[in-house]
Write a protein that binds this ligand. Sequence first.
Ligand SMILES: Cc1cc2nc3c(=O)[nH]c(=O)nc-3n(C[C@H](O)[C@H](O)[C@H](O)COP(=O)(O)OP(=O)(O)OC[C@H]3O[C@@H](n4cnc5c(N)ncnc54)[C@H](O)[C@@H]3O)c2cc1C
Length: 402
Amino acid sequence: MKEETDVLIVGAGLVGLSLAAALTSSKLKVTLLDARAEPVSAGIEAKSSNGYTLKSGIAARVSAVNPGSKKFLTRIGAWGRIAPARISTFKKMHVWDGRGTSHIEFGDTDNSASVLGDIAENQLIETALIETLAATGNIRLEWQAKLSEVIRHEAGYGVQLDDGRYFNCSLLVGADGGNSRVRELCSIRTIDWSYDQVALVTTVETELGHESVARQCFTKDGPLAFLPLADEHLCSIVWSVQDATDLMAIADKDFCELLTRSFENRLGIVRSTDKRFTFPLAQQHALQYVDSHVALIGDAAHTIHPLAGQGANLGFADARTLAQVLAGARLEGRSPGDLKLLKQYQHRRRAENIVMGSVMEAFKQIYSADNPGINWLRNTSMRFVNNNDLLKSLITRLAAAG
Ligand SMILES: Cc1cc2nc3c(=O)[nH]c(=O)nc-3n(C[C@H](O)[C@H](O)[C@H](O)COP(=O)(O)OP(=O)(O)OC[C@H]3O[C@@H](n4cnc5c(N)ncnc54)[C@H](O)[C@@H]3O)c2cc1C
């Protein structure tokens, strides 16, 4: 049987869910589907989305949500559903070069916005978005629904799921992550840079309190971030390294000692660690975000290095912008798949995403190089930025936008 829907969103990750939530009042018929099983409700005994119980009770994947994204998530009714006790607000950020003497401090010391971001577990944000959709009841959400094929027809797309179900839609939205099947089936090409790096992620307990400061050290192995969690002595760490085989294999005690040294004892001794996970890193950008009757958002359109914690924030901004464009179309009586309309979304989002991707690429190159000339340049430019309040304020505002 063929089912009809105006907008079919493939991928109920953070970004696809947020687009669906932003469309609840649009009067469009929206269907959201995802290949995975429905996530378990994220209670205090948190489980990561792939089923591991964590000693700290904190899921390994967290996101630094910038003020622009928080505003969006609040407006669509999701942010307020996250237990405040599980959100950590940070007002300062310290970044330094582990192979030099320079550092940059963002936050209280300059004239920038007082809150730099909030850190929350991805699964809590997801659960909040799912609850938002359930509360409105006008978006159809299907789990264990995997897209396998698409057929282009005059008025939109026919979408075949691998369990045999079939949907017709005017607009097909690919929110299905970095390996987007929608992007592949609609023949949208990408530019890719492989980083040959993986991100090692876990939760650690530290001797000293983090004082709500986000910290990042550019170690010789790669950027190592300690993101402050709601508990003063717990941090989520992201360590981007070329090869994590040894870091994954060593005993917890040795890992904690290595972390303590690599992080220069900034938070005293790392006392304990949770289970470690790794994620491959790559940078990728779709050459176009839209075509007739199709649009890409979030990681399906662009993936960037996590060193500035901006990937999901860019995705939320995509979702917010596409929802605005679609709401406008509805008022004008235009089809949601109208290419002219979709190009407005692309026009408003692509430049910012490309700039952010390029900045991450430049950072990654500069900080992974290890020759005296680049070391000098890196330290000099860090000092320059740190002594320039106007520039710091500009960087902070860029990162906080969305
Ligand atoms: C270590 C690390 C740390 C990060 N930290 C931050 C941070 O602090 N702040 C920040 O803003 N960003 C951060 N990011 C980036 C952020 O996690 C991603 O940008 C964001 O999660 C992308 O969300 P998405 O919804 O676009 O894609 P995904 O989360 O990949 O979701 C895609 C969904 O599509 C579904 N899907 C895939 N294929 C199909 C199919 N064929 N049919 C149906 N469904 C399908 C999947 O099951 C999945 O649920 C980090 C990334 C990493 C790796």
